[in-house]
Design a protein around this ligand. Structure first.
Ligand code: 5GP
Length: 144
């Protein structure tokens, strides 16, 4: 999928927004949804997505929605820091398959980094334990 194109309303994150696919929710407001990545690159990997616009990537989204979503990204990053006390936090976002994007609904990755722990490969590896993700989501939510 190129950086340019049309939005696929059946992508996995659109299904999560419609309630057709489950997710481990961390936070939700009018504009954004934050949930745990099921293939986490580290303990506490959260995704933040816009709810209101069919934006494939950063180029498609309105300034208004982006502003609200970025506020959520900052809030979640702060909550991850408080709840999990990592040594660093990576915030990433990919535009187009050649850049590494695999799900074509705009999203931001919040990936805690821990000294002496290698970050796992992007969008691969084994699915996380759901009970563990649920417990992490509750800890992050309670730090908001
Ligand atoms: P991208 O490669 O598009 O930047 O990131 C997509 C992310 O979505 C990856 O980190 C991948 O692990 C995650 N992901 C893929 N499918 C699902 C899913 O069904 N549920 C959740 N929660 N995350 C997913």
């Amino acid at each position: 999928m190129s950086i340019n194109g049309t939005y696929d309303p059946d992508n996995i994150f659109a299904k999560i927004l419609k309630g057709k696919m489950p997710c481990v929710k961390v936070f939700e407001d009018e504009y954004s949804l934050a949930f745990m990545d099921v293939f986490p690159q580290s303990r506490g990997h959260v995704l933040v997505i816009p709810k209101k616009e069919p934006a494939r990537n950063l180029l498609d989204v309105s300034e208004d929605t982006l502003g609200h979503v970025m506020n959520t990204v900052q809030s979640i990053t702060r909550a991850v820091n408080t709840a999990l006390n990592p040594d660093g936090i990576v915030v990433t976002q990919f535009n187009g398959a050649p850049a590494g994007q695999t799900v074509f609904h705009l999203h931001f990755h919040i990936i805690p980094r821990y000294e002496n722990a290698t970050m796992k490969t992007h969008a691969s590896g084994k699915m996380a334990d759901m009970d563990e993700l649920t417990a992490l989501a509750a800890r992050i939510n309670s730090a908001l």
